[in-house]
Write a protein that binds this ligand. Structure first.
Ligand code: DX5
Ligand code: ZN
Length: 218
């Protein structure tokens, strides 16, 4: 059985109380940190100094999702800031091979992300350089959007390519993942689940994480 992992997105957390909000997801496998720069996506969140501060207090490793221009320049800095996984978008990277290598050299797991309109096939060879692929199941930029079912064939294609290659590369889904949609993601071959509003919108975040784990195993 694959190791199914839950990565709650703090985008849906109370930004005035991030240490406390990280404490609510101590049972999760990761804390997903959405970095947005107002250019790659029309929203602005936080950057390297905040990631550094979060890494000092987080009970779980940080899974940094960079929705920024020029990740070639910035991605390794997030690994140096303490993120244990750094994901950059292929649409923004000029040299994704070098960027993935630089992230790994800085001590983090490396991953690339695909927006809903971006096909996987042109990037299949990049699997040699990464530890995870993120298939977006909403347009990046905002939490609370509806899950895009039409991305499931892409998840299946990534899973199949990973299986053919051999080795252990995780397949992450992000956007609209909830109790209602996690089953479809598992079925398509995902094994790392980002959930923002589903976890932080619950009164009992730990209970919701447990629900998601149970539903993923069903
Ligand atoms: C969207 C972000 C997601 C977001 C998901 O651009 O990458 O991580 O927080 O939020 P939900 O789970 O509410 O769709
Ligand atoms: Zn994200």
């Amino acid at each position: 059985e694959p190791h199914l992992q839950i990565s709650p997105s703090i985008l849906a957390a109370d930004f005035a109380n991030l240490e406390r909000e990280l404490g609510r997801i101590a049972d999760a496998d990761w804390a997903h940190v959405d970095v947005m720069d107002n250019h790659f996506v029309p929203n602005l969140t936080l950057g390297q100094p905040v990631v550094e501060a979060l890494a000092r207090v987080s009970p779980v490793p940080l899974d940094c999702h960079l929705m920024i221009e020029d990740p070639d320049r910035w991605a390794p800095g997030y690994a140096e800031a303490g993120a244990r996984s750094v994901t950059f978008h292929v649409e923004a990277a000029a040299d994704p091979v070098a960027t993935a290598r630089a992230v790994r050299a800085a001590g983090a797991r490396a991953a690339f992300a695909l927006k809903p309109g971006t096909p996987f096939e042109p990037y299949e060879d990049l699997l040699a350089e990464v530890d995870m692929v993120l298939v977006m199941t909403v347009e990046p930029g905002f939490g609370g959007q509806s899950f895009m079912d039409d991305q499931m064939p892409k998840v299946a294609a990534v899973r199949e390519a990973v299986r053919r290659r051999g080795g252990e590369i995780w397949v992450q889904v992000d956007g609209g993942v909830s109790q209602d949609t996690i089953g479809r993601c598992v079925e398509a071959g995902a094994d790392v689940f980002v959930a923002g509003s589903a976890v932080y919108g619950a009164d009992d975040a730990a209970g919701r994480i447990a629900d998601l784990r149970r539903l993923a195993r069903e």
